[in-house]
Write a protein that binds this ligand. Sequence first.
Ligand code: KDG
Ligand code: MG
Length: 402
Amino acid sequence: MSTIERVEVLITSPGRNFVTLRVTTSDGVTGLGDATLNGRELAVASYLENHVVPLLIGRDPARIEDMWQYLFRGVYWRRGPVTMTAISAVDTALWDIKGKVAGLPVYQLLGGRSREGVMAYGHASGSDVEEMLDDVARHLELGYKAVRAQVAVPGIAGTYGVKKGGAYEPANSALPEEQAWSTEAYLGFAPGYLAATRERFGFDFHLLHDVHHRLTPIEAGRFGKDVEESRLFWMEDPTPADSQDAFRLIRKHTTTPIAVGEVLSSIYDVQHLITEQLIDYVRCTVVHAGGITHLRRIFDLAALYQVRSGSHGASDLSPVTQAAAVHLDTAIPNFGVQEYMGYPEQVAEVFHGGATLTDGFLNVSDEPGLGVTYDDEAAARFEYSPKYLPVARRLDGSIHDW
Ligand code: KDG
Ligand code: MG
């Protein structure tokens, strides 16, 4: 029997920080798993190094489900982003190994192809409406069928979702930057630019918007109602999902579809959102929600309630997660859309292969496993340096939801 012989926690920073787990079997097969938790990278690295790696050595890499149960149920302390990210890394690496051993791409192991390509949404943003509209035009020219639109709220310096220069990167400083927030200003401004986007480009593409947990349920109800004529594909994270019940109130007021899940890490965190049909898209990801094994379980539950997938795919999720997500998206029946932000240029020096975008659709190759390799020499050139997400403060100085 092949066993797990070596497990390495690899940290690199090609334009941004990534933690990767590499598992090597006694037969010399390697598998990769992403273990990046933005702004808390070293907590997951230490959890893996100190509390997971020693348990893996000598185990059977083929027993993916048993390993998942061992690391989740067997550990007593359950759930939470650090634990679930660590479990994800192991799970993803074992799927990669299983594919390589079988000589099949992971999507084949998951049941095979359900679609020819995975619709991606890109990020258009601007410091004002004109700049955002130009960015939407650029995305449509590139072939995107779905575009997310965010504009800096006038007078609110650090509005979420607006890129400065190249790619959008919210984890941008050695200590958390403090950014101002005004719900009143946002509610008065955002519906207008979404309407302007439809006025300029029509309805022949999907328009998305991320509220980033900034509203109360009743404010979210009002926002959803105000943007109904813009027919959004979704409004994302309208309110924090700490209370799943809160979404009942939003649902009473608007037919704008709702997407939730990027900060949630287990099926229990989305159970009522799904079974009460309080959301339309579940946005949990491979890296933060327990790997391919657990995310598949979440998506299968969602399928029973006509809730579709919309996996988080920001640039703080490594190309290993993106590839794993696209394998899963390719196979599941209830795929909705896949976020695709792209990466800083240097990322391709460290991670080779992975998902590719053509005419707005993502695809993975038929290489066995996930189809991503890690270049140690390149990785060594990019040293880790701590980077934090910002903190939001209301105009009176009090902390707001980020
Ligand atoms: O690490 C935080 C980012 O991944 C997040 O801010 C991006 O909201 C986000 C999104 O929808 O991609
Ligand atoms: Mg988001």
